[in-house]
Write a protein that binds this ligand. Structure first.
Ligand SMILES: Nc1nc2c(c(=O)[nH]1)N[C@H]1C(S)=C(S)[C@@H](COP(=O)(O)OP(=O)(O)OC[C@H]3O[C@@H](n4cnc5c(=O)[nH]c(N)nc54)[C@H](O)[C@@H]3O)O[C@H]1N2
Ligand SMILES: Nc1nc2c(c(=O)[nH]1)N[C@H]1C(S)=C(S)[C@@H](COP(=O)(O)OP(=O)(O)OC[C@H]3O[C@@H](n4cnc5c(=O)[nH]c(N)nc54)[C@H](O)[C@@H]3O)O[C@H]1N2
Ligand code: SF4
Ligand SMILES: [Mo]
Length: 695
């Protein structure tokens, strides 16, 4: 009999179900048609995910930087862990507790994210902890909180999308970033529904739309206000809903009056006719959904932009009822759970706030520590990385689940700062670009080698199951944290058993906004996941939220008055072209994992920059030519792909590669004032040819 372990893909927030089957000593991925979210479908990354487990490039022994040669050399676990503990203790003794930093990730299981937060606050007593989710959906999270009093990416199951009449999808290329989700969009269209896609590129997602709006990047806020303006003008506003379920409309309506269609056309480049058409499609539809992803959110005004789109949904009465609502398409495998259990600078488990005295007392009680011993909020991800090696900044950093040398904005600057640390410790499966400059590298176990839970983009808590033991020489992240805690004097409170950690997480989250108290491993297995909040074991979980009330004190959603503003950096005579970044189907994030899978490299072997034929012509550039793209922060050298699907004033580059192909050498770390999200999606560049031809 062949053994199959039901589990989930290690990559994105869709967390597609798959089976891992033993075949001839190796694991292979086979369909798991019973799992409801993807119903057996997998994208090419999920299909090839078992290759990660058998990769010859797996790290299987700890490495430490040799003080004489300056090179990384193999070490025993004891030697490496002793070295880490000594470095952490030394940095704190010399520079204070906050001089040790922790940088986590949205790919960590809930158990690991929870334990990492506890490790920082209890074992290290540092306030300096944040994670890469800050770079991901923090703007949507902030806007969700201020409108609805609660942040869950989608307040409804994905399947509800198939039943809505109109979808407004802003800044998402889900045909490439979560392909199996497309089935719900296709079903929706087949039922007669309409889809409006807002993207400066005619992506595969946009090509399926009823209407594609192709604005200048960074102008979504004005676009949303313009649609509200037209909705008022045309009578699409749902006044009974506004009166019964919201507050703050008059102010937002007054602001929208200033966004006349011709003015919005001037700001966004979207013809007024298309603005009217978009407003009509969603305004006249009985039900509708407004969904955003990184294209709308990764801006220095990302939070206000999402607020503007939420305002539109509320004004049209398309929230808080069946087949209606605003949702953020979260990105990383555990992007949702990773932001709920305490690895974020301002958070305690259960999505509690670290500066709330009641929350501090409760969580301190679960942890058996004095509430006063818990540190306060720390710096956000970019600010943390920017402080590395500074006199009052971080001197030793533990990175678990991120590769900031590739993925942080203004990456050359951040890489230089990482190199200045007294001690950089990286736990990873592979030699990422960040691990390569570390002082200690700790080889971790991968998805099929550990148990745990993940929370997908719908707020569905699911189980990652162990199919094989980790290779000898590597350890799970929970084991690493337990061993380090022991060396810092905490022999208890840091279990390496996932289910025990989950039991503690349940208690720590009980009564908080993201309440997992009623969720057990056994229930998840029996029910294909459980949606939080789920306060009791007898509670069914909450697939749909806000149908009766929003999570604010008075139960009403809040309109938030926001106005359009320019990007932090705009083109000028020196840097005349807009530059934006994103993803391709076959590569994932900083590429540490996917760049090690043959089939994925064949599909997407290298970095490139997309440009419109008209722009290429004006610069004398031919398809396939290598050019230098330069911003105020750095340069890249990449091949050009000439495509007519992009605006002529903009170029696009995926961020999955390093070296001369590192998109983040160019990006602008201007931060959103509320979410502290960097402006990944917009800066100004100039393009230079490397060769001069005579023809
Ligand atoms: N293949 C693949 N899939 C992934 C990932 C991956 O790395 N690779 N990563 C996962 C993660 S963590 C995330 S966060 C998600 C991200 O998923 P998406 O948000 O779908 O991905 P992006 O490509 O970053 O951005 C989406 C689109 O935003 C557009 N855009 C750029 N600027 C603007 C703007 O100002 N306004 C608007 N409206 N659009 C703009 C870009 O042209 C791009 O097509 O994907 C997840 N899935
Ligand atoms: N220019 C530009 N930059 C961007 C973005 C963009 O759109 N444009 N998007 C941003 C977004 S949305 C995101 S989410 C970030 C992501 O960027 P990163 O934070 O760099 O995310 P990953 O590449 O997934 O890095 C995860 C690293 O941790 C390892 N890893 C994965 N899981 C685990 C685990 O369980 N344990 C341990 N120990 N290691 C693990 C992987 O091998 C990998 O090396 O990039 C951001 N950067
Ligand atoms: S869509 Fe996401 S979760 Fe599904 S197979 Fe692809 S990468 Fe994995
Ligand atoms: Mo992300």
């Amino acid at each position: 009999m062949t053994l199959a372990t039901p589990t989930h893909c290690p990559y994105c927030s869709l967390q597609c179900g798959l089976n891992l089957q033993q075949a001839g000593g190796a694991l292979t991925v086979v369909e798991r048609p019973d799992f409801p979210v993807n119903r057996g479908a997998l994208c090419i990354k999920g299909q090839t995910s078992a290759d990660l487990l058998h990769s010859a490039e797996r790290l299987t022994t700890p490495l430490v930087r040799d003080s004489k040669s300056g090179e990384l050399r193999p070490a025993t676990w004891d030697e490496a862990l002793d070295m880490v503990a000594a470095a952490l203790i030394a940095a704190q003794a010399k520079y204070g507790t906050d001089a040790v930093g922790v940088f986590g990730g949205g790919s960590l299981t809930n158990e690991k994210a929870y334990q990492l937060g506890k490790f920082a606050r209890v074992a290290l007593r540092t306030s300096t902890i944040d994670y890469n989710g800050r770079f991901c959906m923090s703007s949507a999270a902030a806007a969700n909180l201020r409108a609805f009093g609660l942040d869950r990416g989608l307040p409804f199951p994905l399947e509800d999308i198939a039943g809505t009449d109109c979808i407004l999808l802003i800044g998402s290329n889900l045909a490439e970033t979560m392909p199996p989700a497309q089935r719900y969009f296709t079903e929706q269209r087949e039922r007669g529904g309409s889809l409006i896609v807002v993207d400066p590129r005619a992506t595969p997602t946009a090509r399926n739309a009823t209407l594609h709006l192709q604005p200048l990047p960074g102008t979504d806020l004005a676009l949303a206000l313009g649609l509200i303006h037209i909705a008022v003008q045309k009578g699409y506003i749902d006044q009974p809903f506004i009166d019964e379920r919201t507050t703050g409309w008059p102010q937002v309506q007054a602001i929208s009056m200033e966004y006349m269609p011709h003015r919005v056309e001037r700001i966004t480049g979207v013809p007024a006719k298309q603005l009217y058409e978009a407003a009509r499609l969603i305004g006249e539809a009985p039900t509708g959904m407004v969904l955003t992803a990184r294209g709308a959110e990764q801006h220095s005004k990302g939070t206000d932009t999402v607020s503007a789109w939420i305002n539109l949904a509320l004004a049209l009465g398309k929230a808080g009822r069946a087949h209606c609502g605003y949702g953020c398409l979260t990105g990383q495998g555990n992007g949702q759970g990773g932001r709920e259990h305490g690895q974020k600078a301002d958070q305690l488990p259960g999505y509690r706030k670290i500066d709330d005295p009641v929350a501090r007392a409760y969580v301190a009680g679960v942890w058996g520590v004095d509430p006063n011993s818990l540190p306060g909020p720390g710096p956000s991800a970019y600010e943390l990385l920017d402080s590395l090696g500074e006199p009052s900044g971080v001197r030793a950093l533990l990175v678990m689940g991120s590769n900031p040398v590739i993925s942080a904005p203004r990456a050359a600057h951040i890489e230089a700062k990482l190199r200045r640390l007294d001690c950089l410790i990286v736990a990873d499966y592979f030699m990422s670009e960040t691990a390569a400059i570390a002082d200690v590298v700790l080889p971790s176990a991968q998805f099929a080698e550990e148990d745990g839970t993940m929370t997908n983009l719908e707020g569905r808590v699911i189980r990652r199951n162990k199919a094989v033991p980790p290779p000898s020489g590597s350890r799970t992240d929970l084991e690493i944290l337990a061993e380090l805690a022991k060396r810092l004097g905490h022999t208890e409170g840091f279990s390496s058993q996932p289910e025990l950690v989950f039991e503690e997480l349940r208690r720590a989250s009980a009564g908080g906004p993201a309440d997992y108290a009623g969720i057990t491993y056994a229930r998840i297995d029996a029910e294909y996941g459980v949606f939080w909040p789920c306060p009791e074991e007898s509670h069914p979980g909450t697939p749909r939220m806000f149908e009766e009330r929003f999570n604010t004190a008075d139960g009403r959603a809040r309109f938030v008055p926001v106005t359009h503003r320019a990007a932090a950096e705009e083109p000028d005579s020196e840097y005349p072209i807009w530059f934006t970044t994103g993803r391709v189907m076959a590569q994932y994030q900083s590429g540490t994992q996917t760049r090690r899978v043959d089939r994925l490299n064949e599909a997407s072997p290298e970095a490139f920059v997309e440009m419109h034929p008209r722009l290429a012509k004006s610069l004398g550039i031919t398809d396939g030519e290598t050019v230098r793209v330069i911003s105020r922060r750095g340069w890249v050298e990449v091949k050009v792909r000439i495509v007519s699907s992009i605006r002529p004033d903009l170029v696009f580059m995926p961020f999955h590669w390093g070296g001369k192909g590192r998109a983040n050498s160019l990006t602008n770390p201007a931060l959103d004032p509320t979410s502290r999200m960097p402006e990944f999606k917009l800066c100004a560049v100039r393009i230079e040819r490397l060769v001069t031809t005579t023809d």
